[in-house]
Design a protein around this ligand. Structure first.
Ligand SMILES: [Zn+2]
Ligand SMILES: [Zn+2]
Length: 307
């Protein structure tokens, strides 16, 4: 099968062996798979130990399964394959499983390929009337919704998001549904204009906020958040990147600031919001897998591969 294989660099292969499902797994034919910032960070060295097929955002068709209700259905899938018996699995934190394999990121081949295998319980059926081009946003939207699982953003909370890219856009849409006073802090006026239908936008750091969400995808995002978070406020960190920052932590101590890391979120509510049409995105830009260089260098809002 066709696949984009990562081993320090990316290689396009046409003869990668097609996987075969084990008991409790389905064979999924990929329909669309989208490029995420995490994929780009892996190319920059974020996961030096990972070797395999990249990609974790997808919509596919179940072609083989020992779960009859899944056969022939379009699905999206959760990216963390957990072990079921470690302390985190046993205490309701399966996405933090110590032995987890993460689709296209750690220990498991990803979705920039014609086929993947996945455990049945990690698959979610896509509603009939939801196009694959929209359903492919489920995983990143779920990750955005995780913030609302972790932090109580009330309609009266003053919130800002640092970042004007895709991740910020996804989170902005989700947070805007709470009715909160939301400001997007970015660098480029042109990118910020996209946010104007649902949030205030600014390039300045001249205000303070109860909750600041770092979705900049860059090491400087936390430094920016530190400048604008209110005393006793909350910083949610969504950015993952290759590299480190230097930061004066005593500021957080003195001002009693809460810092929350935030990663993967719930799929069912994400599918529900997409189905209801409450979250909207610019259309995904699709490429053939062999044109991966063009796809990775595109500046489109969301870029992916069609199979
Ligand atoms: Zn992703
Ligand atoms: Zn576990």
């Amino acid at each position: 099968m066709k696949a984009l294989y990562y081993d320090k660099g990316l290689r396009y292969l046409e003869d990668y062996p097609k996987p075969s499902p084990k008991a409790g797994e389905s064979l999924v034919k990929i329909i669309i798979s989208a490029i995420c910032n995490t994929d780009k960070e892996i190319l920059k060295g974020y996961r030096p130990d990972f070797k395999g097929i990249l990609g974790h955002e997808f919509v596919g068709l179940v072609v083989e399964s020992d779960e009859p209700s899944l056969i022939g259905r379009r699905v999206v899938g959760e990216i963390n394959e957990n072990c079921g018996h470690c302390i985190y699995c046993k205490t309701g934190r399966p996405t933090h499983c110590e032995n987890r394999r993460v689709l296209g990121i750690s220990g498991k081949n990803g979705t920039f390929a014609e086929y993947i295998t996945m455990r049945n319980e990690l698959l979610h059926i896509v509603p009939e009337d939801l196009p694959s081009e929209v359903a492919v946003f489920t995983e990143p939207l779920a990750a955005a919704l995780e913030i609302l699982e972790q932090v109580h953003i009330k309609p009266s909370t003053k919130v800002s998001i640092v970042g004007d890219g895709r991740l910020a856009y996804m989170i902005g849409q989700a947070v805007s549904l709470t009715g909160a006073d939301l400001t997007i802090i970015g660098k480029q006026e042109e990118k910020l204009s996209l946010f104007k239908p649902f949030a205030k936008v600014t390039t300045k750091l001249d205000d303070t906020y109860e909750v600041v969400i770092d979705a900049s995808g860059s090491p400087t995002g936390l430094l920016t958040a530190q400048k604008i978070v209110r005393k006793k406020g909350i910083i949610v960190i969504k950015s993952t990147y290759a590299g480190e920052i230097q930061i004066d932590m005593s500021d957080f101590v003195v001002n009693e600031v809460t810092i929350k890391g935030s990663r993967c979120g719930p799929f069912k509510p994400a599918l529900q919001l997409l189905k209801l049409g409450l979250i909207n995105f610019p259309p995904i830009e699709l490429y053939e897998l062999e044109d991966y260089e063009k796809a990775f260098s595109s500046r489109g809002f969301k870029v992916g591969f069609k199979f």
